[in-house]
Ligand binder design. Structure first.
Ligand code: ANZ
Length: 971
């Protein structure tokens, strides 16, 4: 029989589902291995060929590990809460749960058709109440915890209350925004509300008033990483800054652990660097500058306290609370106008437009702590309120932005670091000798930094300080389709529901928009109360459910908590995680943070969730384009002028070739039009290129060589697309070729390839192999259907080693030495390449192997059985069928051991000697490795390729280096 993928796939799928092949047990003696994919958000448009790339790679690895004797957990689920389903609900009235269910059903079907070894019994769905019950539970634990810096871990809030009752908060080393200090008596005399407000400032899940990213079009607050270039990542709507009371998670308590943990992880260095930058640790000092004629002082954060004698002005962020207070009356107007201007600017614009220097003088002066000089205080947009203290000491000699500011506003510049010994150093390099700086003079920068800090500390003018860029994570959305907060308000005090009330399920509402009074959609729910108290109206953001899903897969049916401790003891952490690079600082940071918190409260035994991680590259689309021009006149039908669009085959009309007028005429006339004076009408031949339109067309009309499959329907399609009759002008062979361009794969670019179509045409195993064959897993690469035929041909060739004309042609008996060599060298290569996740080179190795076996006319059962075992992780359907039906093995190939190689077959006994003639390699001659010089000389000199270069010449010398090279010196 010919290679018929559909039949093989059916056979294997039936077997797998009947035998629960992919069910994974927790109780086994086998060593464990946990392979995880980033679970998808089930969007309305289904999977395109880019999505499964990572899943195929992880599936190959999971299958390889399983065949190598591991108990492999390889689960899949859905990140099912999120905005698109809700936007769709607003437009159509359909409940997001229904949309989500429909999309999931489609995803499941698509995923199943690719033959993944997922254990679907472990599927989790973040929107399932049985799942989000535990997301809410974790939130409650965060709410009921605070961070003790001395113990360096989360602690129960009850313990904090006891501390406050007996000692107050003086000397308490906790992660908190609370600046107020109190003793035990004071605490005990506070009202319940006052106590609740203080505790709120210590909780790991807390509420606070804060400037947030408000997106009016989406009606919600967005996290920083959901805002790209001032617009929402989803939908591209404008985002503005607004002060609101919000839920936050105190991720900043974990900064040092998040930073230090990175060192042990086997992640790409670039990804770790992104996390380090996001955390943004800076060492320096916090210092105070008193204001002249005032009791107020300005607190600054600086990484360069050594430059303090170079401070010639100070800059406050425009939003700094002191601005109002210190601005002198004669500067009110200017400052007011400046504040107005700044309110229109996003943080991003303020930071990125470095060349734009703006500011205003407040009229106030500070006093230099060491020189007592008066220093003008300015406001400027380049100082951000959200970083450090929102105020800086400006040192124009050593900071570029301060320098630009000083130059623009005519402020003095005092050089304080002599960098003459470091001619290539920039001011950011922290090198040089301190000058004009009193007690720091003559010191090198690093020593001067230390000295400056100790003097500041001695004089109580400042202290050593480490600053982080990382901010507490905003955790509330004013949306419907997310986890409700298990929180109610009793006399204005936020309280969490008892565990017995979980899950707090999303209420049914008629309309998913915010209410008329601007409340979130949950404001529309009837009786949204707990024991008569109002429930919180916010829902959790998308990253809530995805911050711990990998733990739930370990035992999704566990009813006593989010994570089954026994299962966790066994699976511990994800050994290998694969997913998109876009989650570098969002999901991967939050998931690490939640894991560390769960570790602190004793729910997991390991601090880092993902031991090894790789990012798969993006598969780009190959857009198809045509060039078209409008005819204005010169073409008629039934005596009347008509307006046509001419679309050209790319090889007929491109940057280098102008269309052939006779060919154009021929095609127009063949469609029943009359060409009266075409060249004058459209000036083909000297047509200016600017007025040609390049139009993207749907790639579904294209063959794999970019030609159009059915020109008649393509013309109809173009006519519809352009709203005018389009005539296609093919090349001289009657073929119409489209131009191709590599772009992001997207519906709007008509370049989306659906895996279903590929699988239908070529089969799932060819699809899997082809995705891997496209290139190294972690690089971006275009989807180029051209190569798929090669992979399909390879599969057919493999098949024909076993079947020919409906008949099995396997032979028993011993395989030749040559075939054994081919096989074992392939096993070695595939083993090594799978281990280093180089799947594309594995596919090439299979191709080479099949070609060699074919050349050797090898149909040996022994060889082909081992080969199908080896190829099983890549082409599981085909292998399963062969394993059971042809090789008559019992059980699944999934459990057959991964083939091993024997060293004895890897030894080469011949070598293709490069033959150097006149200092150039002119030929290659294969000789046995044990052959001596004399015999070799004879064979080499008789070789026709060699003779071409030696004919008529004298052989002066024949140099033979065994196993390396032959050198022939001719005269
Ligand atoms: C004086 C100075 C002299 C500074 C010098 C730099 C160089 P990183 O490394 O990113 O932490 N800065 C502090 N808070 C700021 C804010 N809210 N907005 C804008 N800039 C701010 O940068 C810390 C440095 O950035 C600080 O050290 C401060 O300028 C500035 F030769 O102080 B420096």
């Amino acid at each position: 029989m010919e290679y018929q993928s559909a039949a093989l796939e059916q056979f294997s799928k039936d077997y797998w589902s009947k035998n629960n092949t992919y069910r994974v047990e927790n109780n086994t003696e086998k060593p464990k291995y946990y392979v995880l994919d980033m679970f998808p958000y089930p969007s309305g448009s289904g999977l395109h060929v880019g999505h499964p790339l990572g899943y195929i790679a992880s599936d190959i690895y999971a299958r390889y590990k399983r065949q190598s004797g591991f108990n492999v957990l390889h689960p899949m689920g859905y990140d099912a809460f999120g905005l698109p389903a809700e936007q769709y609900a607003i437009q159509t009235g359909q409940h997001p749960a229904k949309t989500t269910e429909d999309n999931i059903a489609r995803y499941k079907k698509q995923l199943d058709s690719i033959g993944f070894s997922f254990d679907w019994d472990r599927m989790v769905k973040t929107s399932d109440p049985e799942y989000y019950k535990w997301t809410q539970w974790i939130f409650i634990q965060l709410f009921n915890s605070w961070y003790a810096k001395d113990e360096n871990k989360a602690q129960p809030i009850e313990k904090l209350k006891q501390i406050f009752e007996s000692e107050g908060n003086k000397g308490l080393n906790a992660a908190t925004a609370c600046e107020q200090t109190f003793g035990a008596d004071e605490w005990n005399n506070y009202s319940e509300k006052q106590q609740a407000d203080i505790l709120m400032q210590y909780r790991l899940a807390f509420q606070a008033e804060a400037m947030v990213n408000w997106c009016p079009a989406l009606g919600t607050v967005l996290a920083n990483d959901e805002v790209v270039n001032g617009v929402s990542e989803r939908g591209g709507h404008p985002v503005m800054r607004k002060s609101m009371r919000q839920w936050f998670l105190r991720i900043t308590a974990y900064t040092e652990r998040l930073l230090n943990g990175l060192d042990q992880l086997d992640w790409p260095e670039s990804l770790k660097e992104q996390q380090r930058n996001w955390i943004g640790r800076s060492e320096g000092a916090q210092a105070f500058f008193h204001l002249a004629n005032s009791n107020e002082k300005i607190e600054v954060f600086t990484t360069r306290p050594d430059t303090i004698f170079g401070v010639t002005f100070m800059v406050l962020a425009p939003e700094h609370p002191l601005v109002k207070e210190i601005t002198r009356p004669d500067q009110q107007k200017e400052v007011g106008e400046y504040l107005e201007y700044v309110s229109s600017r996003s943080d991003l614009e303020r930071q990125s437009e470095v060349k734009k220097v703006t500011g205003a003088f407040t009229g106030a002066y500070a006093v230099h702590p060491f020189t007592d000089e008066k220093i003008p205080v300015w406001i400027g947009e380049y100082v951000l309120m959200g970083y450090g203290t929102g105020a800086i000491m400006a040192v124009p000699s050593d900071d570029d932005r301060d320098k630009a500011f000083a130059e623009k506003f005519g402020i003095e510049i005092i050089p304080v670091v002599d960098k003459s010994e470091y001619p290539d150093a920039s001011s950011a390099d922290k090198v040089g000798k301190i000058i004009h700086s009193d007690f720091l003079n003559g010191m090198e920068v690093p020593a001067a930094i230390d000295k400056a800090i100790s003097v500041l500390e001695e004089k109580a003018l400042g202290e050593r300080k480490i600053n982080y860029r990382l901010k507490d994570a905003n955790f509330s959305r004013q949306r419907y389709w997310g986890e409700p907060f298990p929180v109610y308000y009793e006399n204005g005090i936020a309280k969490t529901l008892p565990e017995s009330e979980l899950p707090l399920e999303l209420p049914k509402i008629e309309n998913y928009k915010p209410t008329e009074t601007g409340e979130p959609p949950l404001g529309r729910a009837k009786d949204w109360t707990y024991e008569g108290h109002p429930l919180d109206l916010n829902t959790m953001p998308g990253y809530a459910g995805s911050s711990w899903y990998f733990l739930r897969y370990m035992n999704p049916d566990f009813t006593e908590g989010p994570v089954d401790p026994k299962a966790e003891q066994y699976w511990k952490q994800v050994d290998f995680y694969i997913g998109g690079a876009e989650h570098a600082v969002g999901h991967l940071m939050y998931a690490r943070f939640w894991q560390m918190f769960l570790y602190d409260i004793g729910k997991v035994s390991i601090q880092e969730p993902f031991k090894k991680l790789i990012n798969q590259g993006m598969i780009q689309g190959m857009s198809a384009l045509i060039r078209s021009i409008n005819t204005v006149s010169g073409v008629t039908r039934a005596g009347k002028d008509v307006d046509l669009v001419l679309a050209f085959s790319h090889d007929e009309f491109n940057e280098n070739k102008k269309p052939d007028i006779d060919n154009v005429k021929k095609w127009i006339e063949s469609k029943g039009y009359e060409v009266v004076n075409l060249s004058s009408s459209v000036k083909i031949g000297d047509y200016p290129f600017e007025s040609i339109s390049r139009v993207r067309v749907d790639i579904c009309y294209l063959n794999s060589d970019s030609s159009i499959n059915d020109l008649v329907s393509f013309e109809e399609y173009l006519t519809k697309l352009q709203g005018k009759k389009v005539i296609c002008i093919p090349n001289s062979e009657g073929k119409f070729i489209c131009e191709r361009e590599v772009e992001k794969m997207s519906k709007s670019k008509f370049n989306v390839v659906n895996p279903d179509d590929i699988i239908e045409q070529y089969g799932a195993d060819v699809f899997r192999m082809y995705e891997m064959f496209l290139g190294p897993i972690d690089v971006h690469k275009p989807w180029n259907t051209q190569g798929i035929d090669g992979v399909a041909k390879f599969m057919r060739k493999f098949w024909r080693l076993i079947f020919q004309d409906e008949k099995l042609i396997l032979s028993d008996g011993e395989a030749s030495e040559e075939s054994l060599k081919t096989l074992h060298k392939t096993i070695k290569k595939v083993r090594e390449d799978v281990e280093r996740l180089s799947f594309n080179t594995c596919v090439s190795a299979f191709m080479v192997c099949v070609n060699e076996l074919n050349d050797q006319n090898c149909h040996k059962r022994e060889i082909l059985k081992t080969l199908s075992q080896l190829i099983a992780p890549f082409a599981p359907h085909t292998s399963e069928y062969l394993w059971q039906e042809v090789f008559a093995e019992s059980g699944s190939v999934t459990d057959a051991p991964f083939s091993d190689f024997e060293e004895k077959y890897l030894k080469e006994d011949s070598y293709a000697y490069p033959i150097n003639i006149g200092k150039k390699v002119r030929a290659k001659v294969e000789l046995p490795l044990d052959m001596g010089k004399e015999a070799a000389e004879k064979i080499v000199l008789e070789n026709p390729d060699v003779q071409k270069w030696t004919e008529g010449k004298e052989i002066k010398r024949f140099v033979f280096v065994p196993g390396r090279i032959v050198n022939i010196v001719v005269g």
